[in-house]
Design a protein around this ligand. Structure first.
Ligand SMILES: Cc1cc2nc3c(=O)[nH]c(=O)nc-3n(C[C@H](O)[C@H](O)[C@H](O)COP(=O)(O)O)c2cc1C
Length: 169
C-alpha cells in the first residue's frame, strides 16, 4: 500500500481479537516509533508496553477503551527533555513528541496488519500513580494494538471538506 492508501484505509479499531501480537511485529513497530522526529531531538517520549495480565488489568481499570487488545502502549514524556516554548497554549513539546511517535505507531502497526486506537479517555495522573512512573514523567495517551475484530465496523464515515479545515493565506 502507498502512504496515501494507508492513510485513507486507516481507522480506529474499537474491538480486538485476543490473538497475541508477534514479538517481531511489536519490535518493528517500536523501532519505527523510535525514529520519529522530536523537539530539538531530545527524544522526550517513553513507551510502556503493557502486555502482562497485571499491566493490562491496570490499563482496563483506567479506561474502557483498551477494547480487548493484547497489547496497550502507554506514551509518556520526560518533562526534563522538553521545551516550554508553546506553554502559552497549555502544551509541552512532550505532547508533540508523543503524538508524532504515536502516529508512527499507527501506521507501522497497520503495515504489519495490526490495528490501533488513540485513547485519551482516562486520567493521566491516575495512570502515573498506578504504574508508579517517575515524578518527571507525564502520560499523554494509551494506544491498544492488536488484530482487529470484524466488529465494530469503523465509526468514521464523514470527514470535513477541505474548505472547512484549510486556509490558503
Ligand atoms: C486525540 C485523540 C483522542 C482519541 N481518544 C479516543 C478515546 O479515548 N477512545 C476511543 O475510543 N477513541 C478515541 N479516539 C479515536 C477517535 O474516536 C477516532 O479517531 C475518530 O472517531 C475518527 O475515526 P477514525 O480514527 O476511524 O478515522 C481518539 C482519537 C484522537 C486523535
Amino acid at each position: 500500500m502507498t502512504f496515501e492508501e494507508m492513510a485513507r484505509a486507516r481507522y480506529s479499531v474499537k474491538g480486538f481479537k485476543s490473538t497475541p501480537v508477534e514479538e517481531e511485529k511489536l519490535n518493528k513497530i517500536l523501532e519505527i516509533a523510535g525514529v520519529a522526529p522530536t523537539a530539538r531531538n531530545k527524544q522526550s517520549f517513553r513507551i510502556y508496553v503493557l502486555k502482562s495480565e497485571e499491566a493490562l488489568q491496570k490499563a482496563n481499570s483506567l479506561t474502557r477503551c483498551v477494547y480487548g487488545a493484547p497489547v496497550c502502549l502507554m506514551f509518556t514524556y520526560n518533562i526534563e527533555e522538553t521545551y516550554p516554548y508553546i506553554e502559552d497554549q497549555g502544551l509541552s513539546s512532550g505532547d508533540e513528541d508523543c503524538s508524532i511517535a504515536a502516529t508512527h505507531v499507527m501506521f507501522a502497526a497497520m503495515e504489519q496488519g495490526l490495528g490501533t486506537c488513540w485513547v485519551n479517555a482516562f486520567t493521566p495522573s491516575k495512570a502515573k500513580a498506578l504504574f508508579d512512573l517517575p515524578e518527571n514523567e507525564y502520560v499523554v495517551l494509551l494506544m491498544p494494538v492488536g488484530y482487529a475484530d470484524a466488529e465494530p465496523k469503523p465509526t468514521h464515515t464523514t470527514k470535513k471538506p477541505l474548505e472547512e479545515i484549510v486556509r490558503f493565506l
